[in-house]
Write a protein that binds this ligand. Structure first.
Ligand SMILES: Cc1ncc(COP(=O)(O)O)c(C=O)c1O
Length: 361
């Protein structure tokens, strides 16, 4: 009796989503772009007496209403999902048939190919420029009659580079208005570059734009899983139609509302992380790293594919868990105490990269 049920053949091809490694207790976890600050006491407080014998209010109406007011749109234009990663999948489900195509930059967020594979659509990864930025002309050229959805990620995970407003406008002017463009702004709160695009300012102008946001990063709610999107109401409705019912927990919803109540305090923490990021990036450059302009809560250290694993091991041996991704390391901006340790390891890695191939241990 070793008969097996029949699975979709293409499922075997999907590379499962790989999470940033968990860290031992005495190590810094800098592998998942999380917020290093502990939950705000005022946010933790609202979770204490949650009646979780009841189902959540499935449409997250209070959160949508609040976000609608903040962003100057109707609550119906907002859709709340268990993390932005779920929304990425739902946008693909809502737009694509198996023969249709989804375009994204590469390297970018690993969720795009994994989720697109899970839905069963064709993916078109467009290589980023040598400086880690989206290659907008190449992305425009990749659009064809089968393209149903494009993800633009700013700041881009893992390179931490932004898309400028001018580049975004160039892209939108060149693609058909019937093509849905998802602007993934998971890290937008950390952006300081005045040239950067801010999607919510452009929603009126582009009826094919959907903006993705999350409470996981700047708002520190990664463990509760809540993200959202804003765009045309009929697209938000389509997402609601394909969503897993009741997937956003009441805990996530009330924590999101409490975080918005205490936004000033959270944005002060964001400022601390931004200042730490800029200091870290400057120190890394002084060591000789050529790193792209970092605008997320992480920096990108390109090592080349041959040495990336060894480089990750050096950081880990020294007590920092970072994320090895193909040709480089993505390092989250973590606790203040993590910075010095990180810089010591980075110095060792840069020395290794400088050695001629034969001399490396
Ligand atoms: C670019 C980008 N988009 C979306 C997400 C998903 O975030 P979440 O599902 O936690 O909201 C991430 C998470 O790391 C990300 O890096």
């Amino acid at each position: 009796m070793n008969a097996r049920v029949q699975l979709r053949p293409d499922v075997a091809e999907i590379v499962p989503y790989k999470q940033g490694r968990m860290a031992a207790e005495d190590a810094f976890k800098l592998s998942s772009n999380e917020n290093p600050f502990p939950p705000l006491p005022s946010v933790a407080e609202v979770l204490r007496e949650l009646p979780f014998n009841r189902y959540p209010e499935g449409s997250a109406a209070a959160v949508r209403e609040r976000l609608g007011r903040i962003h100057g749109v109707s609550p119906e234009q907002v859709v709340v999902t268990p993390g932005a990663v779920a929304l990425i999948g739902h946008l693909i489900q809502a737009t694509c048939r198996p023969e249709d195509e989804v375009i994204f930059a590469w390297r970018s967020f690993e969720g795009y190919p994994q989720v697109a594979g899970a839905v069963g659509v064709r993916t078109v990864p467009v290589p980023v420029l040598p400086d880690g930025r989206h290659d907008i002309p190449a992305m425009i050229a990749a659009v064809n009659e089968r393209t149903r959805l494009v993800f633009l990620c700013t700041p881009n995970n893992p390179t931490s580079t932004i898309i400028t407003r001018a580049e975004f406008e160039q892209f939108m002017a060149a693609v058909p208005p019937t093509l849905l463009v998802a602007l993934d702004e998971a890290y937008i709160e950390f952006v300081t570059d005045p040239e950067a695009v801010h999607g919510e300012e452009l929603l009126d102008r582009y009826p094919n734009l959907f903006v993705l946001r999350t409470f996981s990063k700047a708002y520190g709610l990664a463990g509760l899983r809540i993200g959202y999107g804003i765009g045309p109401e009929y697209v938000a409705d389509a997402v609601r139609s394909v969503m897993t019912p009741l997937a956003v927990t009441e805990a996530a919803q009330i924590a999101a509302l409490a975080s918005l109540d205490h936004e000033d305090e959270l944005l002060e923490r964001v400022q601390v992380i931004v200042e730490r990021r800029d200091r870290l990036a400057a120190a890394l450059r002084a060591q000789g790293w050529r790193i792209p302009e970092a605008q997320g809560n992480f920096v990108w250290l390109e090592t080349g594919p041959e040495l990336v694993q060894r480089a990750a091991e050096i950081f880990e041996e020294d007590g920092s868990v970072v994320r090895a991704l193909g040709e480089g390391l993505r390092v989250s901006v973590g606790e203040e105490e993590a910075v010095e340790k990180l810089l010591r390891s980075a110095e060792k890695v840069v020395a290794m990269l400088r050695q001629p191939a034969g001399a490396r241990g």
